[in-house]
Design a protein around this ligand. Structure first.
Ligand SMILES: Nc1nc2c(c(=O)[nH]1)N[C@H]1C(S)=C(S)[C@@H](COP(=O)(O)O)O[C@H]1N2
Ligand SMILES: [Mo]
Length: 557
């Protein structure tokens, strides 16, 4: 196991490691209805009409090309590759989920409005309780990279393996159609529904249906569930994943609404995880209970016999999958920079395109009525004496310095900044941890500030330096590319929901940059500097979170 230093142990291995799942009663009832009612109906049907063993089999055997090709090599390898990637994705997804262990159907994430949570803690009302305080511990046996508050590495792994999953999916579906094997999965007649029901009745009443030989065709329920996983669940996972992107949501507000908003998409994304998990359990149980040797030979060797070679090689494949989890764990903790860089490399073309295309400019038009009643606060309040003096004096002595590679450095009081401009917008905030919230922000747009200071052409990056500290100490700072701060809605905010910016939310000044994740929006800004490259700052990765926690440099997604 990996050994942490003191600071990391406090964050990643807390004393309180309780993990509970609390589902609202209403949803327990819904689940019972969804599970129990069909089972009850199945029993009722058998009780009233007796059990029928037909007609469960074989409707897939009569596809247009006739089926009977068995499992060619591409099915067998994509099956394995899919298993390999899907499990890494599920494991890293669980790490990310635990960083905000609550699921909602509303964009606001108001405590108490969660439909499911994985924490025993009710959000305290009498003291500050940040989203980071709320993160839960998860064992690295279950999640990648596991422990508490590891969303940076979790995301890098999740995204790197996403490419594998999507590529395998595209190859598989393309081959399915090219080879004419698609009638195995795609129903061609509505008759499949009553057939699938009959099959379900048999399973539900503990009668195993007569199986068609799975090498050539599936029973109706099996076909429908494979169809569902490949053609509904997998695309839905990708689409709901995209709906959690700050750049997409603030450029195309209609898109997350398809899924019931940003948190609806997140909840569905989670339910799909549950779906894959449930599918895997049922699938594996049936593989073993309906002739393990033959089934393994089908999918591993592509032969229809009962040698034991398929089972042996199949188990070796499972060992490879298992070893991949251990390797992923070691890489996450020993070589996190490698996986952070790989993620950056893979996503860079997409990010560069999103940055350069005006289509992805934040354009969200929420209204004052949409503002969230509760807005999670995050991060560590500054503790320095300098800061405390400023607060005591209500920021009258505050000066914002803007300097570096600029033609006209400036040094302004808060009153001067307020008198310069009052730009305003209502936007949906996305934290890397998974929560969101809508607020109205007022301040001076970065476009105006840039016009004032006239950066040199060599200045490519803007550094925002805070009075506060990072999770593991050191000054909290982050950077933006000039192109991004020139986009609409990028503000230095001094107001939130028409009132002076509250201390917890970054007084006297904080950045708003609506096409990116929350950690880029430095609060309690002390100073702004224009520089040539983020590589010159800190450890060179673009911000305190990027340096210490392996967050992404350009989190548009
Ligand atoms: N100085 C400083 N700024 C910070 C942080 C921090 O820890 N310190 N946290 C960031 C994160 S992770 C988020 S999600 C937003 C949260 O803003 P809020 O507290 O107003 O919700 O602030 C960002 N700015
Ligand atoms: Mo965040």
């Amino acid at each position: 196991m990996f050994v942490f230093d003191e600071a990391h142990r406090k964050v990643h291995v807390p004393e309180d490691r309780r993990l509970v799942a609390i589902l609202r009663r209403r949803y327990i009832i819904w689940i019972l209805i969804f599970v129990a009612v069909p089972i009850a109906l199945a029993w009722l049907q058998v009780f009233l009409f007796g059990s029928h063993s037909a007609p469960v089999a074989g409707i897939t055997a009569s596809g247009p090309n006739g089926v009977g090709r068995g499992f060619p090599v591409w099915i067998r390898w994509t099956h394995f590759a899919n298993l390999f990637f899907l499990f890494l994705i599920m494991r890293s997804g669980i790490s990310i989920l635990m960083d905000h262990p609550r699921l909602y159907w509303n964009n606001n994430c108001t405590p108490g409005s969660d439909w499911l949570r994985f924490t025993p803690i009710d959000v305290p009302k009498d003291r500050m309780w940040t989203a980071k305080d709320d993160a839960r511990y998860i064992s690295p046996l279950i999640a990648l990279p596991g422990y508490r508050h590891t969303p940076g590495m979790g995301r890098s792994w999740h995204f790197v393996t996403d490419y594998g999953f999507i590529l395998v999916g595209i190859i598989y579906v393309a081959m399915l159609f090219v080879s004419g094997q698609w009638p195995r999965l795609v129903p061609t007649s509505w008759a499949i529904i009553p057939y699938a029901w009959q099959t379900f009745v048999q399973y539900a009443t503990l009668h195993f249906p007569t199986e068609p030989n799975g090498f050539y065709a599936y029973n109706a329920l099996q076909q429908l569930s494979y169809f569902g996983v490949v053609f509904i669940m997998a695309p839905a996972s990708v689409l709901t994943g995209i709906a959690m992107s700050p750049a997409i949501d603030n450029a195309f507000p209609w898109y997350p609404r398809i899924f019931g908003g940003r948190q609806g998409a997140r909840s569905i994304h989670f339910l799909l995880l549950c779906g894959y998990f449930a599918f895997t359990i049922v699938h594996v149980s049936l593989v073993f209970s309906t002739g393990a040797l033959r089934n393994f030979n089908h999918i591993v060797l592509g032969t229809d016999d009962t040698r034991s070679l398929g089972l042996i090689l199949g188990c070796a494949g499972l060992v490879i999958v298992f070893v991949s989890w251990i390797i992923a764990y070691v890489v996450a903790w020993k070589y996190p920079r490698f996986i952070q860089r790989l993620h950056r490399l893979l996503i860079f073309p997409l990010e560069r395109w999103m940055r350069s295309s005006a289509r992805f400019d934040p354009a969200e038009r929420y209204t004052r009525d949409d503002v969230s009643p509760y807005f999670w606060a995050n991060g560590k309040m500054p503790v320095s004496d300098e800061w405390k003096r400023l607060v005591a004096d209500d920021f009258r002595a505050y000066r914002l310095r803007v300097s570096g590679c600029v033609g006209t450095p400036i040094d302004l009081s808060l009153a001067e900044i307020r008198s310069l401009a009052h730009d305003q917008h209502v936007s949906l905030h996305h934290c890397i941890q998974g929560w969101s919230g809508i607020a109205q922000w007022g301040g001076i747009s970065m476009q105006r500030l840039i016009a004032l200071v006239k950066p040199w052409p060599s200045a490519r990056v803007v550094e925002f330096i805070s009075y506060g500290e990072g999770t593991f100490g050191g000054v909290y700072y982050d950077t933006q590319r000039i192109e991004d701060v020139m986009k609409p809605e990028c503000l230095l905010a001094y107001e939130m929901n028409d009132a002076a910016l509250p201390l917890a939310h970054g007084a006297p000044l904080r950045l708003r940059v609506e096409n990116q994740l929350g950690f880029k929006m430095v609060k309690w800004i002390r100073e702004i500097r224009f520089v040539e490259s983020e590589k010159l700052l800190g450890q060179g990765h673009g911000g305190v979170n990027e340096d210490q926690e392996y967050f992404d440099l350009l989190p548009y997604i």
